[in-house]
Each structure stands twice: as structure tokens, then as C-alpha cells.
Write a protein that binds this ligand. Structure first.
Ligand code: 2HG
Ligand code: ZN
Length: 461
């Protein structure tokens, strides 16, 4: 089938307004927001139902045209954009954005794939409940993308990755059938839990069209504190203290380097309200029981007394808490403004983070002198965004190798939360054991033997 026939059949199924074939309208779907992975779609289709998604899959399958599912296109690994061949069909879920149901007693929310994460958070809040998935891109990221990427974010420490919040899923399979597992059950041990295959598969095994997410009671009180510490080892001691004193009420424990803070000051004009240190920690805790603030103040007192923290502040209001969070949330954008960087989204066993940071720094100083490290991230999860600014003609591949070899030496992962996409497809093949890779390929072949869905992502052909 010629592309013209493909276009005609897709237009026949969806109507002309839902098929973008040329012009500037294609641009936002063709490239990721960092403009690192420019692609060229054959066309963009915008279905409005799972049945339409299934119809698109069947038509593309007959035509042998690959499909790239896309949500808010906020990913950092190039997983949702087409290649440059001009043959891949981008399937945008952004017209399927309805919230179908919020159940404040059963604690569930059902939404279509294209629903913006922030809209879903707000719907849960309006019902007095909490959807705890929270990340900097939440104003654009969609539920389908968040599920397909198994997104992390700042609340993983308490609530887990997206996977732990998915109760039910509807997925269109590469053969064009719809697997409907939209059950709002807390317990469902009837057979294989097949939805887990699709969570985090980055659109390579199926297309998520709707999800039922688990909600939580909304904590009535929260405290946010920013502290400075002398080094990452002190930050870990602070985590231990916070766990002792605030227990399971800690919802975020974020590490920010002085370099990150300097970038945020330079490019976003935001300044830390506490004395400069080499490292900063942003802590949030939340609870419905009284006494949280007192406990947090006591914890801070102990941190100073034991010389774990150098300086610190507890937000006095919601507005102040938002100001503290803004420091953390502007790191990515400020880094982008500073220039070119090589991102590493790594995890190592939590207690190894200080040693990893030290040794990776030494290895870079020796192997790629002049690079600057912008390290920050989710210390409570052992997940550091170890981004290296390479503005002086450094070879990104050399930098990558140094950092990822160090991650491997620590028994870590080269992608803690951002996924593999196309950015790390070669790196995954290099660092994962061949038996694990072969198992992944067997799953891919079983579900998508023609490699119709998102080829070139996660697994090399
Ligand atoms: C974050 O934690 C995001 O802010 C982005 O995962 C990290 O820019 C990055 O590398
Ligand atoms: Zn992150």
C-alpha cells in the first residue's frame, strides 16, 4: 500500500480533522521538547476512542507502517517521537482526555490516556483525595504517557512509582484488539497480571488508552523544609534522622547540589533563602494527624545539634513551600538554558550514593577534564540526575561511558525513572545481561512480531 492509500484509509476512519499530514501543525509531534530527537512523521492521527485506536493499528498493520504512540511529549529519552524516515505514524492520544470517574470512597480515578496529569490531580483534590504522582512536567504529561513510562517523580519515596498506583488498564494490542482490564479492584489475583507488561514498556508492546489509578486520603497537613548540608553523606544521615523522627510521613527527600542552585539563580532568578552550602536537601512530609510541624521542628533542631545540617528553614505557608519547591523544579529548565548537557538518570543502592557521587566526580575529572556536574534528584530513592554540562567540546560518548561504567560498578541502573526511549537504547543493550535482554526480546516478539509499535525504542532491532 502506498502512503497515499494509508492516508486515505486513516482519514476515512477518523475524519480529515483528526489526521495531520503536512505543514507546521506536525512540528510539535515530530520532535521532543528538548529538540534532541528531531523526527519526521508520515502523518499524525488523533483518535477519540479506543475503537478508533484499534482501527488505526489494523490499518497501519496492513500497510506495514510503524506507529509511535504519543502523550504529552514531555519525556526525556526520545521515546515518543518518530524517526526521521517519514514513514512512521504518530498516534497522539491528546483528544482522549476525559476523566470518567472519581470514587472518593473506593479511592480510584478512571481517566483516558490523554488526560493531563495535573487535571487528574486536581480532580482527585476536588474530591478531597490525593493522586500522588507528581513531577515537574505534570502540566503537560498525560496519564497514558505516565503509565507507559512508569513515571517516577518526587513522591516515589512514599507512594512508589506509577506502577504501584495502577489498578486497571485498557490497552490496544499490536494486532488491533482491545484488552480491557479496567477493573477498580484492590485485589485481583485471577491469572497473570498482564497490565504490568505495559506499564513502563514505553509504547513498544501496546497502546495504553485508559487507566484506573489508586487514590489516597488527602493529608490535611504538610511541612516543607530546605536544609543545607556539607556533603551527600550528611544528606544520608539527615534521611535516617528524618525517617526516625517523621517515619512514614516523609513524602519527598530531594538532593540539590550547589551547582544546581547556581544554575537556578542564574537562569530562573530564584535564590535559596538559606546560607549557601555545597548541598541542599528539600524535605516534604504530610499527615492528617496533628503535630507534624512540631515533629519537623524537633527534627530540624536535632539536625543542627548533631551538626548534620548547616542551615535550614521550614516554610511558614503554602506560598513559601511553593517557593522552596520552585528551586527544585527549575533545575531542569535552568540546565537547558546553560547549554548542552549529557543527562544520566541513574540509581545505585541508596547507601552508596555518596561514594558514587565522589567516584564519578573523580573519574570525570580524570577522563573528561573541564566538564561540570549538575547533580540533583531523588536521594530518598537512590536516584540521582547526574547531568554533565559539556560546553567545552567534550565528547558526550566519553562522558556517558565514564558515568555509566561507574553506575555498573556500583550495581546500579542506567535509567531509574526516565526510561530508555531511543536515547539509551544502545546503553541498555550494553549494560543489561544478555539473558535479560533476550527475555525482553521474546516478550516483544510474542506481542508485536512485526515490530509495529515504537520500533527502535527500548530494544534494538
Ligand atoms: C526531575 O527530577 C526530572 O526534575 C528531570 O526527572 C531530571 O532534568 C533532569 O535530568
Ligand atoms: Zn527526576
Amino acid at each position: 500500500m502506498m502512503p497515499r492509500d494509508l492516508l486515505e484509509r486513516l482519514t476515512g476512519l477518523l475524519g480529515p480533522a483528526a489526521v495531520l499530514a503536512e505543514g507546521p501543525d506536525l512540528e510539535p509531534y515530530a520532535v521532543d521538547w528538548r529538540k534532541l530527537f528531531p523526527g519526521k512523521p508520515a502523518c499524525v492521527v488523533r483518535p477519540s476512542s479506543a475503537e478508533q485506536v484499534a482501527g488505526i493499528v489494523r490499518i497501519c498493520r496492513e500497510a506495514g507502517a510503524a506507529i509511535v504512540p504519543q502523550g504529552g511529549n514531555t519525556g526525556l529519552a526520545g521515546g515518543a517521537v518518530p524517526d526521521a524516515s517519514g514513514t512512521q505514524v504518530v498516534l497522539s492520544l491528546n483528544r482522549m482526555a476525559a476523566i470518567r470517574n472519581v470514587d472518593p470512597v473506593g479511592l480510584t480515578l478512571e481517566a483516558e490516556a490523554g488526560c493531563i496529569l495535573k487535571v487528574a490531580q486536581d480532580a482527585a483534590a476536588a474530591a478531597g483525595r490525593l493522586l500522588p504522582i507528581s513531577l515537574a512536567a505534570e502540566g503537560s504529561a498525560t496519564i497514558g504517557g505516565v503509565v507507559a513510562a512508569n513515571a517516577g517523580g518526587v513522591n516515589v519515596l512514599r507512594y512508589g512509582m506509577t506502577r504501584s498506583l495502577v489498578l486497571g488498564l485498557e490497552v490496544v494490542l499490536p494486532d488491533g484488539t482491545i484488552a480491557n482490564g479496567l477493573r477498580r479492584l484492590r485485589k485481583d489475583n485471577a491469572g497473570y497480571d498482564w497490565k504490568q507488561l505495559f506499564i513502563g514498556s514505553e509504547g513498544t508492546l501496546g497502546i495504553v488508552t485508559a487507566a484506573i489509578l489508586r487514590l489516597l486520603p488527602r493529608p490535611k497537613h504538610s511541612v516543607t523544609a530546605l536544609l543545607s548540608v556539607v556533603d551527600p553523606a550528611a544528606a544520608l544521615r539527615l534521611l535516617e534522622l528524618a525517617q526516625d523522627e517523621l517515619g512514614d510521613q516523609i513524602s519527598a527527600f530531594e538532593l540539590i547540589s550547589a551547582t544546581s542552585m547556581q544554575l537556578v539563580a542564574k537562569h530562573a532568578g530564584l535564590k535559596t533563602p538559606i546560607a549557601e552550602g555545597e548541598w541542599f536537601v528539600l524535605i516534604e512530609a504530610a499527615s492528617s494527624l496533628a503535630g507534624l510541624r512540631e515533629a519537623a521542628e524537633a527534627m530540624l533542631g536535632m539536625a543542627f545539634e548533631r551538626e548534620i545540617a548547616l542551615d535550614g528553614v521550614i516554610a511558614e505557608s503554602g506560598a513559601q513551600a511553593a517557593q522552596l519547591w520552585a528551586l527544585r523544579e527549575h533545575v531542569t529548565e535552568s540546565e537547558a538554558r546553560e547549554g548542552k548537557s549529557v543527562k544520566h538518570d541513574v540509581s545505585v543502592p541508596l547507601t552508596e550514593v555518596p561514594r558514587f557521587l565522589h567516584e564519578a566526580g573523580e573519574a570525570l575529572a580524570a577522563g573528561a577534564p573541564g566538564t561540570r556536574v549538575n547533580a540533583f534528584g531523588h536521594l530518598g530513592d537512590g536516584n540521582i540526575h547526574y547531568n554533565v554540562l559539556v560546553d567545552h567540546g567534550h565528547d558526550p560518548n566519553v562522558v556517558n561511558r565514564i558515568v555509566h561504567d561507574m553506575v555498573a560498578a556500583f550495581g546500579g541502573s542506567i535509567s531509574a525513572e526516565h526510561g530508555i526511549g531511543q536515547y539509551r537504547v544502545g546503553e541498555l543493550a550494553r549494560y543489561r545481561a544478555s539473558t535479560e535482554m533476550e527475555l525482553a526480546r521474546r516478550l516483544k516478539r510474542a506481542l508485536d512480531p512485526e515490530s509495529l509499535l515504537n520500533p527502535g525504542k527500548v530494544l534494538l532491532p
